[in-house]
Design a protein around this ligand. Structure first.
Ligand code: NAD
Ligand code: MG
Length: 385
């Protein structure tokens, strides 16, 4: 069996851990090129040693010395900083896992796309921010995007062998997060600890807060808009608290195809690793008899306005999704740091969108400039609010 080469961006995160877990089960099949992290040096060095990576890159330049020390004598290259992340992403591999959180993952993801490779995309903020700039680069460089986000991976699987023109609806399912049944008063007092305690999924802090506000589903709506161009009016959101159906596609003949599975990110990641084939996983089998009931409800955009904000940003197009994403990243970080209340997150995003409407970005640099300016404005608005 031919070895395949792989790089994992965000190797020390939740997506990174699920990916390395799968690689361990078929170790001889993979040659690891780059592994990256923001600042968890000992974890990164340990992974680099275990997988005999070619290079380990840390985002925070101040950590380079420590990384070099941790890799001394191994022959593994050590590098640091944004340019090093981009350089590592430009090294040709069969598969790049984009598992950095936030728009920070955009430039490396674009570098991987520009080398014409296959990108397993978890980093939804990158696609939300860059939108057409990224999809145009994918087409131009004949790259392949394999969605890893569970909903998009489900849709990707349900679309296989079908024609987008035959799609009537794409339905993104949403667990509703830990506050699905909370009143507006209770939401206003929700704490970071409560927000990151997701009922079904074990994920990084940022996406957990996004799930609690439903901004995660808003970002996913924009992500789906770019990945599956059926038009915004054919994309809808359905609350499904059990997270068993990961998403569905309804065709014009009345057939609906759904993808089901355990709430375990190793399932969609395995689908991307093995695509277009399948691989074994040790994930729990789906026991529908034990689950018993699947339930569904329409989203409540009064208590959770984030999906409305995201839909409006997608409708506005241009720079709006990048502004929405940047404002949300700033607001979520402020919430996690105890600086603003839970319901201020969406309110703050709405504020930034109302006061900053730059022209549509035409290049990666334009997107990064919008992102940076939107962050500055979001911070300033927060201080003066
Ligand atoms: P996480 O916080 O657990 O991990 C993030 C990774 O990115 C870490 O390796 C971290 O070191 C690195 N990182 C953080 N900031 C960085 C920066 N500024 N520069 C370079 N590297 C940086 O996050 P996660 O939950 O694994 O999520 C990663 C991405 O995958 C997010 O975009 C998220 O929305 C998406 N996603 C995650 C899940 C999940 O189950 N965790 C599911 C679907 C989609
Ligand atoms: Mg998802």
């Amino acid at each position: 069996m031919n070895q395949r080469s792989i790089s994992i961006f965000g190797a020390t995160g939740s997506i990174g851990a699920s990916t390395t877990d799968l690689l361990r089960s078929e170790k001889g099949k993979w040659r690891v090129v780059a592994l990256t992290a923001q600042s968890s040096i000992s974890e990164l060095a340990q992974l680099a040693r275990e997988f005999e990576a070619e290079i380990a890159v840390v985002g925070d330049e101040r950590c380079l010395g420590e990384l070099r020390d941790a890799l001394a004598g191994t022959g593994i290259e050590a590098a640091a900083g944004k340019a090093a992340l981009i350089e590592a992403a430009a090294r040709p591999v069969d598969l790049t896992v984009a598992g950095i959180v936030g728009c920070a993952g955009l430039a490396p993801t674009m570098a991987a796309i520009e080398q014409g490779g296959t990108v397993a995309l978890a980093n939804k903020e990158a696609l939300v921010s860059a939108g057409e700039v990224m999809t145009a680069a994918v087409a131009r460089h004949r790259a392949t995007l394999l969605p890893v986000d569970s909903e998009h991976n489900a849709i990707f699987q349900c679309l296989a062998g079908n024609d987008l023109a035959d799609v009537r609806w794409i339905t993104l399912t949403a667990s509703g997060g830990p506050f699905r049944e909370w009143s507006e008063e209770r939401l206003a007092a929700a704490t970071p600890v409560e927000a990151v305690r997701h009922p079904n999924w074990d994920m990084g802090a940022k996406i957990s807060v996004d799930s609690a506000t439903m901004m995660n589903k808003g970002l996913e709506l924009i992500e789906a808009f770019h990945l599956f161009p059926v038009g915004l009016d054919r994309l809808r959101i359905l609350v499904h608290p059990q997270s068993v159906i990961h998403s569905m596609v309804e065709y014009r003949d009345g057939s609906t195809l759904a993808q089901l599975g355990p709430s375990d990110m190793r399932v969609p990641i395995a689908s991307a690793l093995a695509w277009p084939a399948r691989m074994n996983t040790t994930c729990d089998p789906l026991d529908l008899a034990a689950i018993g009931t699947l339930s569904f409800a329409a989203p409540d955009e009064v208590r959770f306005p984030a999906t409305r904000l995201a839909r409006e940003a997608a409708e506005a197009g241009g720079a709006a999704p990048a502004v929405l994403n940047a404002a949300n990243e700033v607001a979520v970080a402020a919430f996690l740091a105890g600086q603003i209340g839970f319901t201020r997150i969406a309110a703050h995003v709405a504020n930034v969108l109302e006061t900053y409407a730059p022209s549509a970005p035409a290049s990666l640099d334009d997107v990064l400039a919008v992102d940076s300016e939107a962050r500055s404005r979001a911070r300033l608005l927060m201080e003066t609010a």
